[in-house]
Ligand binder design. Structure first.
Ligand code: GLA
Length: 391
């Protein structure tokens, strides 16, 4: 299957570009186990890379043209530009992600001497909130690193990916997605302190359980979501709290410190947003401790509390995600379930006993269809490695 996919990609590359054999690269998507909307608040996140992702077949050219093609957007055809004109262009659509990587890697001083031909293919469900955009960024970054024999620290590449998202695409996202995708490790979650970028791998050993990804099939687009509004609300809370406590981010507060000082936040809504950021960060740290103790049940409870907080205090879930997660909580053999990623649609995850997975999918799927009117999609997640060349 896998070999066949690689062969298909190679032959499509050949048919499109007539430029011989390319080298093949892969970057995963990600799920976040816990620690949502904490990255831009200087808190902790606990994501992992999955085995769905983006493939790129690539080869240098002799001139300075960049020619990009995506099998996911065939109607857009080959998108072509010169290495000397790396400006955002709305018409270039998805190709702005690789273009932004080219631009910011060059600006960071990495020598990209010639143009490239690249064929992309992604099997991350589009718009599912599993970070297909960070996946394109990182697969492009690793491809340029290898093709042009650059020496780039992986975390620097991760930061360039984030910069593309923030400054080229215009989405004010945090570092979690690029970090998980750049640094992922098979079988492991990554506990990341987003303030210091200190991180730790943690084996995800769930005994006889699987992580199920539940896709609402309600597309979410960061750019037109309330994502930036939540960021502003947290900024507001931080500014008000800084009048009484000496902190640089909400992630520095314990629950107790927050409770003692929260009265300085004038708006009750803003207070709820900050409460989520503070409590979710502490839950994330606790979740790793429970996992290390092998207490999967306690881990699951924290996962559930995370969803409740995102639903009631941060208000980023919506009826589709709530329907899936609340139905999941009712099923036998479920240790925990929550939305994952930015919210407002996209995906949720559930930890489910292996022998209950089929009935879980049937039952949650039926409830969702009845209430929402269209189908959800379910996948069993495998935790894979970060961005790399496939040799
Ligand atoms: C999106 C962003 C991340 C993070 C999550 C919410 O995935 O890209 O930086 O903020 O939302 O946790």
């Amino acid at each position: 299957m896998y070999q066949q996919l690689l062969q298909t990609l190679q032959s499509s590359f050949h048919d499109l570009f007539h430029n011989g054999e390319g080298r093949i690269f892969f970057a995963p998507g990600r799920i976040n186990l816990i620690g949502e909307h904490t990255d831009y608040n200087g808190g902790h996140v606990f994501p992992c890379a999955i085995t769905f992702g983006t493939y790129a077949v690539a080869k240098q050219r002799e001139d300075n043209l960049v020619r990009l093609y995506s099998m996911n957007f065939e109607d857009k055809g080959i998108i072509e530009f010169s290495l000397d004109e790396l400006e955002y262009n709305k018409k270039h659509d998805w190709a702005n992600y690789p273009k932004g990587m080219l631009k910011f890697m060059k600006e960071a001083g990495f020598s990209i001497a010639t143009g490239v031909d690249v064929l992309y293919y992604g099997n991350i469900p589009n718009g599912a909130g599993l970070s297909s955009s960070a996946s394109i960024e990182l697969v492009t970054g690793v491809m340029l690193e290898k093709l042009f024999k650059l020496t780039i620290d992986r975390i620097e590449l991760v930061k360039i990916g984030k910069k593309v998202e923030n400054e080229f695409i215009g989405v004010n996202s945090g570092i979690m997605d690029q970090f998980a995708i750049g640094m992922g490790k098979e079988g492991n979650g990554i506990l990341l302190d987003c303030q210091t970028l200190a991180y730790e791998y943690a084996p995800i050993e769930l005994d006889n359980k699987k992580i199920i990804i539940m896709n609402t099939n309600k597309r979410r687009e960061l750019a037109d979501s309330k994502y930036n509004e939540r960021r502003d609300e947290c900024e507001q809370a931080l500014t008000e709290l800084q009048s009484v406590v000496n902190i640089q981010s909400l992630g520095e507060l314990s629950e107790e410190e927050f409770e003692v000082n929260k009265h300085v936040i004038a708006s009750p809504v803003v207070q709820k947003r900050a409460k989520h950021a503070v409590y979710e960060n502490q839950r994330t740290i606790k979740a790793l401790q429970e996992l290390k103790l092998g207490d999967i049940a306690a881990f699951g409870l924290l996962v559930n509390q995370s969803h409740i907080s995102l639903r009631d205090d941060y208000e980023v879930t919506g009826i589709e995600l709530d329907t899936l997660v609340e139905a999941a909580w009712e099923q036998p053999g479920v240790t925990g379930a929550r939305m994952t990623g930015a919210g407002f649609g996209g995906c949720a995850i559930a930890i489910v006993d292996t022998d209950q997975v089929d009935s879980f999918i049937k039952s949650v799927g039926d409830t969702y269809k009845d209430k929402i009117g269209y189908d959800a999609t379910f996948y069993v997640a495998s935790i894979g490695n970060g961005a790399q060349e496939i040799i």
